[in-house]
Design a protein around this ligand. Structure first.
Ligand code: KIV
Length: 274
């Protein structure tokens, strides 16, 4: 095997070292083939529990299971070579105790081969994050809007739009950084707060609906490609794949129905008898 051709996969320490440097590019992916595309452009590929809504049409991420995350995590690892792959810990797989979190994280790391896990929650998860990191599990934290808490929050609304809410989100961000997370996703917070948090912590902040003030950005791939039926207001669409997929399907259905489906050049030729 040629050593020169080997591509080194980015690690959690590589991403940590990007604080204040070149912005971190991150996208979600749940499949081998989209991971292969994302791998060319992204530093981090997130196997987000958003797969529950995007792939399975669920109303929230709450029903997503560890087995679902592991299956798609494995697919993304097969499709990618260079990006750090981070797999989300789903609701119910880590909150009960630090031991539960460790057992779930070990399954994710061993069964997918990914480089890190992500979990939601700030101050309340700090002890668990420290426990995991001390035992060899790289943790990306997630604060601000935490979608797994939808049943407590009542809606996916932005956080920290009033300065009165800032203290809680600041405490959360500082707590996860101090606990040893290598980076933190900050979701749906106003720009001045994102800027303040990014200046306050020594770990990279990765924004989603949190302004360009962060050290990196993450988007749900299907949202930015124009493939999701419901997209948060802050998402810029970089593609509009929905209509072109629909057109391709309509063309195919029409050709099958009116018997103009392609002929000999698209089918296997008969073998000549020898
Ligand atoms: O599940 C997910 O896709 C996420 C991103 C929105 C950050 O957590």
């Amino acid at each position: 095997m040629s050593v020169q051709n080997e591509i080194r996969r980015l690690t959690a320490p590589d991403i940590f070292a990007r604080k204040g440097g070149e912005p971190i590019v991150m996208l979600t992916s749940y499949h081998a083939h989209t991971a292969q595309l994302a791998d060319k452009y992204c530093d981090v590929i997130l196997v987000g529990d958003s797969l529950g809504m995007v792939m399975h049409g669920l109303e929230s991420t709450v029903p997503v299971t560890l087995d679902m995350m592991i299956l798609q995590g494995h697919a993304v690892m097969r499709g990618s070579k260079r990006a750090l792959v981070v797999v989300d810990m789903p609701f119910g797989s880590y909150e009960a105790s630090k031991e539960q979190a460790f057992a779930s994280a070990v399954r994710v790391l061993k069964e997918t081969g990914c480089g890190a896990i992500k979990l939601e929650g700030g101050k309340r998860m700090a002890e668990t994050i420290a426990f995991l990191v001390e035992r060899g599990v790289p943790v990306m934290a997630h604060v601000g809007l935490t979608p797994q808490a939808i049943n407590v929050l009542g809606s996916f609304r932005a956080q920290g739009r009033d300065e009165g809410d800032w203290a809680r989100i600041e405490e959360d961000t500082l707590a996860v950084a101090q606990a040893g997370a290598f980076s933190v996703v900050i979701e749906a917070v106003a720009e001045p707060l994102a800027r303040k948090l990014t200046a306050q912590v020594a770990i990279p902040t990765i924004g989603i609906g949190a302004s360009p003030a962060c050290d990196g950005q993450v988007l749900v791939m299907e949202d930015m490609l124009g493939l999701s039926p419901r997209v948060p207001k802050f998402v810029k669409r970089y593609g509009d794949l929905g209509p072109s997929i629909e057109k391709a399907m309509a063309d195919y259905a029409r050709e099958v129905r009116d018997r103009s489906f392609p002929g000999p050049e698209h089918t296997y030729p008969m073998r000549k008898k020898t």
